[in-house]
Structures are given as structure tokens and as C-alpha cells.
Design a protein around this ligand. Structure first.
Ligand SMILES: Cc1ncc(C[n+]2csc(CCOP(=O)(O)OP(=O)(O)O)c2C)c(N)n1
Ligand code: SF4
Length: 278
């Protein structure tokens, strides 16, 4: 079968591996996996032309459950890996899967600079406002009053605002999804993958084991009341003032994606050498 025929024939099940997920029954990440495979099928790119990269965490297990190429890397370092891969293999579709602990705590610095660099890839953070895999420590998005064994009475710390930080750092596409809406999430993931540059998609994905209260999220999410904008100032105002449960595409930017040629266009290495010889 030719590549074109295969692209036409792709079904969501073609992107699933034979590995059975070990997530807890009811974990939101099952639906996220479904959204990934639906988005890939709609994209029509065969599994061997997609790379799913992750760090460590329950959410970061996703590459093993897809039939795409994948890399289950070091905790918090998935973006560096993915950027290196995309720059050297621009023909691949690169999608990065992370959790709020992996992406915003140990990986926080990489998040800022990936947004700035604007390599053409899609960063998906399954945010459950807790560390699931390591049994319920607070993460940067945990509410200040949320009581955990590690932080009795809550941390008292102001939560990190990933969407605002992504916007301020230069992400080129920003959306929020809810894992309980896999079709809508698949549509948004597809749009994020097709959008040039660094696309950031937050997926609210409940951890039913360490945050049973998050089962309520299905009653709190609602469509974003205004259409996406390409104006960062308007997007910032909206994201700063929303209730954290607006679902949809919130920002579509038009920054030019990073490519190694951007540097070679502007810097002539022989000129630099002359400067150092002086
Ligand atoms: C360098 C390093 N530090 C800490 C850990 C332990 N660790 C593994 S997963 C994890 C937290 C994962 O939380 P999150 O990213 O929110 O994902 P979730 O499990 O909730 O999906 C931590 C701290 C590790 N594996 N490596
Ligand atoms: S601990 Fe939480 S995040 Fe991890 S698999 Fe279970 S429900 Fe999902």
C-alpha cells in the first residue's frame, strides 16, 4: 500500500499499541489517549511519521500506549528532547505529553524556553493539579488550600497559571480542553498539530485516586464564551480573568516558527570569527 493510500486508510485503532494501560479505573488519561488516536487518524499521517515524547508521570505513559514512535524520557525534560528531534527531523509530527508536575515544576524552565523558541510541535499537559504517580504531592497548579499528606492544611502558595505563562513566553497557539470531551479534544489537538510553531494544549484530566473532588470538573467546564484571538493582549486579559474552566482555542498566534535557518540567515560565522580575532 502506498503512503497516500495508508494516509487515507488510517483509523484511530491504527495508532494504539498492544500495551494495556495501567492507569487507575476512571483516570481522565484514558480519554486523552482516545483523543490522541482520533486526532492522529484525522490528521491522516501514518504512525511511523509521528513521534510522541514524554517525561515521567502517569500522564507521561502515553507514548507506550500508541503505535507511533515514542520516547519516554527523563522527568521534566521532554521538551528539550522533542525540540532536538523536530529540528533534526522536521518531516516528523512531534507531540509531547506531560503532567503538571513534570511540565511546570521540574520542567518549568524548559516550558518557558520552548514557548520562546517556537519550534513547530505540540505540547499537551494533562493537568490534574497533583502528582499522581508519586501518590499525591502538591504540584504547581494545586490550589493553595488543598490538603495533602505532604502539605497538611495546604501549601498556601499561589498556583502557577500555565496559559498566561505560555502566552507571555511566546507560545503560538493556546487551548484548554477537558478529558471528558474526547471528540472536542481530538478536534483541538488536530488544530494544534496543524498550527505552525509551538502549540500548547492544557487538558484538564482528573486524577480520581488522589483528587476524587475532580470528578466535579465535568459540571464546571463550559465552552469559552468568546472566539480565539490573535492579539496577545486581548488573550492575556481573557485568560487572566476566566474561571479556569473555559474550554476551546483561546489564542492563535502568527509568529514565525523556529528553524535552524533563522540563525544562519542572520549570523555569518566568519564575521563572528573576525570579531574574536581582533
Ligand atoms: C528527576 C526526578 N525527580 C523526581 C522523580 C519522581 N517523579 C516521578 S513522576 C513524578 C510526578 C509526576 O506528576 P505529574 O507530572 O503531575 O504527572 P501525573 O502522574 O499526575 O500524571 C515525580 C515527582 C523522577 N522520576 N525523576
Ligand atoms: S494516580 Fe491519578 S493520574 Fe495516576 S493513573 Fe491513577 S487516577 Fe490517573
Amino acid at each position: 500500500m502506498s503512503i497516500v493510500d495508508r494516509q487515507l486508510a488510517c483509523k484511530p485503532t491504527d495508532y494504539k499499541s498492544d500495551v494495556k494501560p495501567v492507569w487507575c479505573p476512571g483516570c481522565g488519561d484514558y480519554h486523552v489517549l482516545m483523543s490522541f488516536t482520533r486526532a492522529f487518524a484525522q490528521l491522516g499521517v501514518p504512525p511511523e511519521q509521528i513521534a510522541v515524547i514524554s517525561g515521567i508521570g502517569c500522564s507521561s505513559r502515553i507514548p507506550a500506549y500508541t503505535s507511533c514512535y515514542g520516547f519516554h524520557g527523563v522527568h521534566g525534560r521532554s521538551l528539550a528532547l522533542a525540540a532536538g528531534l523536530k529540528v533534526t527531523r522536521p518531516d516528523l509530527t512531534v507531540v509531547v505529553a506531560s503532567g503538571d508536575g513534570d511540565g511546570y515544576s521540574i520542567g518549568g524552565n524548559h516550558f518557558l524556553h520552548a514557548c520562546r523558541r517556537n519550534v513547530d510541535m505540540t505540547y499537551v499537559v494533562m493537568d490534574n493539579h497533583i502528582y499522581g504517580m508519586t501518590k499525591g504531592q502538591p504540584s504547581p497548579t494545586t490550589e493553595p488550600e488543598f490538603d495533602t499528606a505532604m502539605s497538611p492544611g495546604g501549601t498556601g502558595l499561589r498556583p502557577f497559571h500555565p496559559l498566561v505563562i505560555a502566552l507571555a513566553s511566546g507560545a503560538n497557539f493556546i487551548a484548554r480542553c477537558f478529558s471528558g470531551e474526547p471528540n472536542q479534544t481530538a478536534d483541538i489537538l488536530l488544530e494544534a498539530i496543524k498550527h505552525p510553531g509551538f502549540s500548547f494544549v492544557e487538558i484538564l484530566s482528573p486524577c480520581v485516586t488522589f483528587r476524587p473532588d475532580e470528578k466535579e470538573w465535568k459540571n464546571l467546564v463550559h465552552p469559552a464564551p468568546v472566539a480565539a484571538t490573535n492579539d496577545p493582549a486581548r488573550a492575556a486579559r481573557r485568560i487572566m480573568t476566566d474561571d479556569g474552566f473555559n474550554i476551546g482555542v483561546l489564542y492563535r498566534g502568527d509568529r514565525r516558527p523556529y528553524s535552524p535557518e533563522i540563525c544562519s540567515e542572520t549570523i555569518d560565522p566568519s564575521e563572528l570569527e573576525k570579531e574574536f580575532e581582533q
